[in-house]
Design a protein around this ligand. Structure first.
Ligand SMILES: Nc1n[nH]c2ccc(-c3ccc(NS(=O)(=O)c4cccc(Cl)c4)cc3)cc12
Length: 289
């Protein structure tokens, strides 16, 4: 079965990333044991979290059910600890995430907008399957080559049943609050529209070329008075309720600034859909051809 990987043939190479519940590692899968095997990315639960296999199995099922050029490919599973827990095997993209790639490459605005449009295409497909991603950020977008990006992690993705609009969560764990829509911070209400807000923050990251000095967290921290308050979720909510938003990165075209701010509308219903963002980004990109 090409989707089954045997632990004994997986040779660890290096870490690719670490989240709250798991970590992603680069391995060579080398059954011939002659160094000619293919490189794969393996996502495993951190041991202390192996108590939550049901949402882990759900994550594996979700990625296995997805098939889109802008979504990282599922390759299979590997039994761990005598079969209790599975490891998720994905295709390996050598250029890593946008956070690794953008600071090193001086991409023009047109190529940044092409990446943004491809993220919208992957997300439009995900929403068409009635999944809310809940963790869209530049660190979770992978680079295949300088013309193709893919969404690379679905650890917080949830299915929204027909007829429902929101997904309420209990755990806040290590929540990516600076990418969260205001209604997620205030009421833990996640929806297709809250993914649009996170896309706006991801577009902001792309336009700053993932410069960490201009990260969402640092930029929001600059908006408060450091002398009398420390940044936390309550301070962030107040700042957003005062209609403050991330600043427009330099060399960001005016129509892209408007598009980004539309994604951060307080009212979720005022935010665009990924379909309309694809059309708008396509039109703006054509002015650069
Ligand atoms: N270079 C790659 N090829 N294939 C991959 C699959 C996933 C990833 C990946 C995907 C996401 C991240 N972001 S991350 O913030 O490190 C992360 C978030 C949630 C859960 C985890 Cl375990 C890690 C880091 C790495 C990288 C590659």
């Amino acid at each position: 079965d090409p989707n089954v990987f045997h632990k004994r043939h997986l040779k660890e190479i290096r870490d690719l990333g670490e989240g709250h519940f798991g970590k992603v590692t680069l391995y060579q899968y080398d059954p011939a044991n002659d160094g000619t095997g293919e490189r794969v990315a393996v996502k495993a639960l951190k041991q202390e979290n192996s108590f939550m296999p049901d949402c882990w199995m759900k994550e594996i099922e979700i990625l296995r059910s997805l098939d889109h050029i802008n979504i990282v490919k599922y390759k299979g599973c590997c039994a761990e600890l005598g079969g209790q827990v599975l490891q998720l095997i994905m295709e390996f993209l050598p250029l890593g995430s946008l956070r690794d790639y953008l600071p090193k490459r001086k991409l023009g605005i047109s190529q940044c907008l092409m990446f943004a449009q491809q993220i919208c295409q992957g997300m439009d497909y995900l929403h068409s399957m009635r999944y809310v991603h809940r963790d869209l950020a530049a660190r979770n977008v992978l680079v295949e080559n300088d013309g193709l990006v893919k969404i690379g992690d679905f650890g917080l993705t949830k299915y929204i049943p027909e007829g429902e609009i929101y997904y309420r969560v209990r755990e806040d764990g290590d929540s990516p609050v600076f990418w969260y829509a205001i209604e997620c911070l205030k009421e833990s209400k996640f929806s297709f529209s809250s993914d649009i807000w996170s896309f706006g923050v991801t577009l902001y990251e792309i336009l700053t070329r993932c410069d960490q000095r201009q990260s969402p967290q640092n930029k929001y921290a600059e908006m408060i008075d450091p002398n009398h308050e420390q940044m936390n979720v309550m301070v962030l909510i107040k700042l957003l309720e005062k209609q403050l938003r991330l600043p427009c990165p330099k060399d960001c075209p005016h129509e892209v600034k408007l598009l980004m701010e539309n994604c951060w509308a307080t009212d979720p219903k005022q935010r665009p859909s990924f379909q309309s963002l694809i059309e708008k980004l396509e039109a703006i990109r054509r002015t650069y051809d």
